[in-house]
Design a binder for this molecule. Structure first.
Ligand SMILES: [Zn+2]
Length: 180
């Protein structure tokens, strides 16, 4: 066998290897055109094994739909592929809508393993404080109300003033202190 013919054989083998490498890549490119853009978003070709194409689907309904239409799909695909497929299997099993690192972001805090229940803690801490603050304000307001209703006003600053102070200084003790 001459060196030239060896090279020819190697060339043929390389060519064959290329053809065997590419059917799946070619199929990925063809897929949206063959199934349509809507179906393409709900299906993802996974691999070709022994001339059987495995496709992941977003739901069982899509798997069922696509399985019903697979004969037509096979005809369309085989017109464009160098190696004809014998069948297509649709399954939801390997469907992953997004990579894991993206799904991580959508985990709500309560479901996260390191979640400490901050919302509940702050609730139990804040409520009594607010309650006592409100109670303090209410009792202060009541006292002020009772005072202003029951007490005469200082003629100088208009503050409710104990009658004793008015009798003594004619003004409240604060105004009296200012005068001294
Ligand atoms: Zn006064």
């Amino acid at each position: 066998m001459s060196l030239k013919s060896v090279n020819d054989i190697l060339g043929v083998l390389k060519q064959q290897a290329k053809w065997q490498e590419h059917p799946f890549e070619r199929l990925l490119q063809l897929w949206p055109d063959i199934v349509g853009t809507v179906a393409a978003t709900h299906t993802r070709p996974l691999s070709i094994q022994r001339d059987v194409l495995r496709v992941a689907t977003s739901s069982a309904a899509w798997a069922q739909n696509m399985t019903f239409g697979r004969t037509a799909l096979l005809l369309k695909l085989n017109q464009k592929l160098s190696e004809p497929l014998v069948d297509i299997r649709f399954s939801t099993k390997d469907w992953q809508p997004r990579p894991d690192y993206l799904q991580e972001k959508t985990v709500i805090p309560q479901e996260h393993p390191s979640y400490l229940g901050n919302v509940n803690i702050s609730r139990t801490q804040v409520t009594p404080t607010q309650k006592s603050a409100n109670t303090a304000f209410e009792s202060w307001a009541k006292t002020m109300q009772a005072r202003s209703h029951g007490l005469p006003l200082c003629p100088q600053c208009q503050s409710p003033t104990p009658p004793g102070e008015l009798q003594r200084w004619q003004v409240c003790c604060v105004c009296a202190a200012k005068q001294f």
